[in-house]
Write a protein that binds this ligand. Sequence first.
Ligand code: FES
Ligand code: FE
Length: 382
Amino acid sequence: MIIDKLDSPVEGSLMPTPGGRFYTDPQIFALEQEHIFEKTWNCAVRSADIAEAGSWKVVQVGREQLIVSRNRRGEVRAFYNVCRHRGMRVCTQESGSGRTFQCGYHAWTYDLDGKLVAAPNLTRMPDVDRDQYGLRAVAVREWLGYVWVCLADEPPSFTETVLGEVVTRLGDVHHLDNYRIEELALGHRINYDVAANWKLIIENFQECYHCATIHPELTNVLPEFAEGWASQAFVNHGAEFGEGIDGFTVDGAAGVGTLPTIAPDQDRRYYAITIRPNVFVNMVPDHVIMMRMVPVSAERTIVECDWLFVPEVVESGTDVSASVELFDRVNRQDFDACEKTQPSMSSAVYADGGVLVPAEHHIGIFHDWVRDKIGSGPSADG
Ligand code: FES
Ligand code: FE
């Protein structure tokens, strides 16, 4: 079994990666959807995208489509987008707003808390329990200005899993709190459609061995990245701006000021964390870049990227294009590398995998995590 290669003892500089099938096999992808994306907390929707009561957005989580919405009390809700009558998609647009959700097939109508409130002839069917036949809800909570959802019947502890990821990487959650991400406003958003397995994108994000080769603008701003050591390999390490660099912008010119609440040792530094399974958070002195991945298939992933600034910057129409351009270029460089790697995952040459150099060994923790989650599923042996 391919994944068991990771049990091999590490000797010397090189550590094995999983074989190519790990990145191409639809059965492994299905196991990941079932045991990772449908069991853990996923960052699903930016809260401000459903700011008003009755507004909603449709998102994909694992193999399911969800409606993420806000009720009259301003609370977020998430439901399977499956009509309880005969299964039609209740919301057929990407987003919208209204006082109820009405299915377009036979007009079963649900309120903003998911309860069945109307249907043709419903009053002549008094035995129908309107809660039981309401939209099926999933667990939700808001954090960092985003709605997080979990499909599991018994969701894992948000504190232990999601916040635990932050603690592992940054040492504590306060470091992240300083950026007050939930108070920031959306300055720019780009959705990338990447022809690569989601794990290649996570692996790429976790190492900087490639930075000197493909990221000239980034290594200009963060010279230590040219050394190839990723800040994610060390707890609470922020990469320092180079001399003469005034901001996290495409040419190193000044950005848009400094977030008022960050600590002095967070100034002039870039921090990045991965919150498994689908979030990257990039923190720089004047903005935060939130990225969330939606795996579509074993070989395709949508990456939604938000650039967040203090509201005054966004409201005043301040030009943030130099900030956006830096990480947009980094993203395109990274995704291009992932897309040029994906086809080789099917090559006979890569059947037994490749290798990680010491600067990449920490990626093995991610491989172990995936393997542990999808574990001994029968189709992983296939
Ligand atoms: Fe939705 Fe019939 S399937 S009302
Ligand atoms: Fe990169």
